[in-house]
Ligand binder design. Structure first.
Ligand code: 5GP
Length: 190
């Protein structure tokens, strides 16, 4: 998506450790107009699919998912990062290694809100190694919900998570796909 790529080049900051900072329009201060355009584009890409629910992961996915959900007219369910003591029989749970924090968290959703047969679109801000998507896929597997696909704002394609999951059969639509990125050379899109 041209508009998004231009904004990434203008305001994105490439940091050490393969991290792209987009705090000024995605992750901290949110450009609602731009995220709304992203929602419109994801709706166009998934126009032929019936979607019942959007699934994301806290925290940074939530705002984006809500703006995307407006275009689908469906609710947003976000997986919470749990303390182990929160995990009970009433939740589905999976483990996710955090790319940015370097730790592993348990994520949970209530069994009340993710149901058998739900047609789910997963939304997230970034796709790197694919751990967040794999965790969300695991929650859907436990619930017997069906993943229609994923919508990602920025995929760092060179990190391989997206293509691994595509090879496993997941449809993934990424609005900006980064082919290479470094502090020295900057960003190149696919
Ligand atoms: P993955 O689980 O695919 O390795 O990484 C995706 C998750 O890590 C996203 O939910 C996002 O929060 C975070 N993440 C991965 N790469 C970046 C990055 O370059 N910048 C930022 N801000 N977050 C990232």
């Amino acid at each position: 998506m041209k508009m998004l790529e231009e904004r990434i080049l203008k305001d994105g900051i490439v940091a050490q450790g393969d991290v792209l900072k987009v705090s000024g329009f995605v992750n901290h201060l949110i450009d609602v107009e731009l995220m709304d355009e992203c929602g419109k584009e994801l709706r166009r890409l998934y126009a032929n699919e019936q979607i019942d629910k959007i699934l994301t992961i806290e925290a940074s996915g939530i705002g984006i998912a809500c703006l995307v959900a407006r275009h689908f007219g469906v609710p947003v369910l976000f997986a919470k990062k749990a303390r182990s003591s929160n995990i009970s029989n009433s939740v589905y749970t999976a483990k996710v290694a955090s790319f940015t924090h370097g730790n592993v968290s348990d994520i949970i959703v209530s069994k009340d809100y993710l149901n058998k047969g739900d047609r789910v679109l997963i939304i997230d801000d970034f796709l790197a190694n694919g751990c967040a998507l794999m965790g969300l896929r695991e929650l859907c597997r436990q619930a017997k919900a069906q993943i229609v696909g994923a919508g990602i704002i920025i995929e760092k394609e060179y990190q391989g998570g997206g293509n691994k999951l595509r090879a496993e059969g997941m449809r993934i639509e990424s609005l900006a796909k980064i082919k290479s990125m470094s502090v020295e050379e900057g960003i190149e899109f696919c």
